[in-house]
Structures are given as C-alpha cells and as structure tokens.
Design a protein around this ligand. Sequence first.
Ligand SMILES: Nc1ncnc2c1ncn2[C@@H]1O[C@H](COP(=O)(O)OP(=O)(O)O)[C@@H](O)[C@H]1O
Ligand SMILES: [Mg+2]
Length: 234
Amino acid sequence: MILPLTLEDVAYASGGQPIIRGVSLAIEAGPSTIILGANGAGKSVLMRLMHGLLAPTAGVIRWRESGARRCQAMVFQRPVMLRRSALANVTYALELAGVPAAERERQALAALEEVGLGQLAARPARVLSGGEQQRLALARAWALHPEVLFLDEPTANLDPGATREIESVIRAFDAAGTKIVMATHNLGQARRLGDEVIYLHGGRVLERAAIGQFFARPSSAEAAAFIKGEVPWT
Ligand SMILES: Nc1ncnc2c1ncn2[C@@H]1O[C@H](COP(=O)(O)OP(=O)(O)O)[C@@H](O)[C@H]1O
Ligand SMILES: [Mg+2]
C-alpha cells in the first residue's frame, strides 16, 4: 500500500508567481476524491505535484511507501498517444512497468476489453476518436492495476456520450479497488463520481467535505458562488 499520500505545507511557484500555497492534506485509500475549482485554481498543478511530475518549491510530499511508482497512474485532459496501434500503446506501458514480454499482449488485450476497445486493438491510436483515445489512456492505466489513479479533467473535451463511457470506466477502477483522485470543474461529474470534495481556490484548499455536505452546505462563500454558477469557467 502506497497510500496515504500526505502533503505538508506544500507550495509551488513559477517565476516568482505563487500557484499552490500552503496545502496540507492526506489522501487516503477508499473514497473517490474530487479536486474541484474554477479555471486557474491550480487543480492541474496540484495533481502534477501529487503524481510527482512537478517538485514542490516548499513543503513535503510523502507516500506511505516510496519507490513504488508503478502503483500510480495519471490520465490527462488530452491523451498523448504513440504512433502505433492501440494494442502497442498498452503493451508499451506494460514494458515500461517491467512486465515480461510473454505476458504483455494478453494483459493489454484484457485492458482494452475492459474499456470497450477490444475490437479496435489493431487500429492506429492516432485515428481513434477523442473518446476512444481517452479510453485507450484508461486501458494503459488499467493494465498496470494502479493503487491510485489521478485523472485531470479526463472528459473536458468530450461529448456527453463519450463522457458517460469514460465515467463508467472510472467507476470500474473504483470497483476494482483503485483510489480515484480526479480534478474537474464539472459539478455534475463531481456529484456522479465523487465521495468527497477538495475545493481549491487561488492555489489554496478552502474546504474539504463529503460530497453531499459540500453541495448542500458549502462552508466558504467562494465554493457557494462556484456551485451557484457565479464563478465563470469554460
Ligand atoms: N508551468 C507553469 N508555469 C507558470 N504558471 C503556470 C504553470 N502551470 C500553470 N500555471 C498557472 O498556474 C495557475 C493554475 O493553473 P492550473 O493548475 O492549470 O489551473 P486549473 O487546472 O485549476 O485550471 C494558472 O494561473 C496558470 O496560468
Ligand atoms: Mg487544469
């Protein structure tokens, strides 16, 4: 178990500009955690700090167990695909994770089946639709059986049908025991997928609450305005 992940007074600045300010929190196994906030609140930077793609400029980020990067995966708003088949994109991820060559194809096909892309295994990844590419990104993560999956606005560019398909794959990860940490500015998606909300504003955590409580009784004026749609976002 690599969880909990703890952040102690974490800050991130770029060019002297503070982006994340004094964030302290623990991410525990179990509930699906939604990082909610308006555009520019710092959700993506916070997720990258958690996943280890950025180093904090102050403070400490600690996993219960270090050196276990295989147990975490991240899916981005825009999936990055290799110029190879869907299948090869997944077997490559397995290769990087140190899975023996003889086992990669079977595991990759199982992951593609899981996300509903079994029929498209041989198709070049770059010709897949946006929703299919995002499911392929989820298949790459699925194949690794991560303990934690970070998702950064995974459906921001997708239509409602593709969004529903992605959400059902995210539920499957949750059902398989993967901890979900998802950044979104989509209130409906937060309600559908989240158990708890971490509300970010101006690089600070303003509140953290169970999903029902957050929507019924937000404790900050900023979150209340965001829920009412008074904070502009795209
Ligand atoms: N690498 C970077 N260098 C400088 N500023 C950045 C960088 N990444 C993000 N920012 C800025 O930090 C703020 C938070 O960005 P971001 O985490 O992308 O917000 P969100 O994901 O909540 O929309 C924004 O003002 C953005 O312009
Ligand atoms: Mg973002």
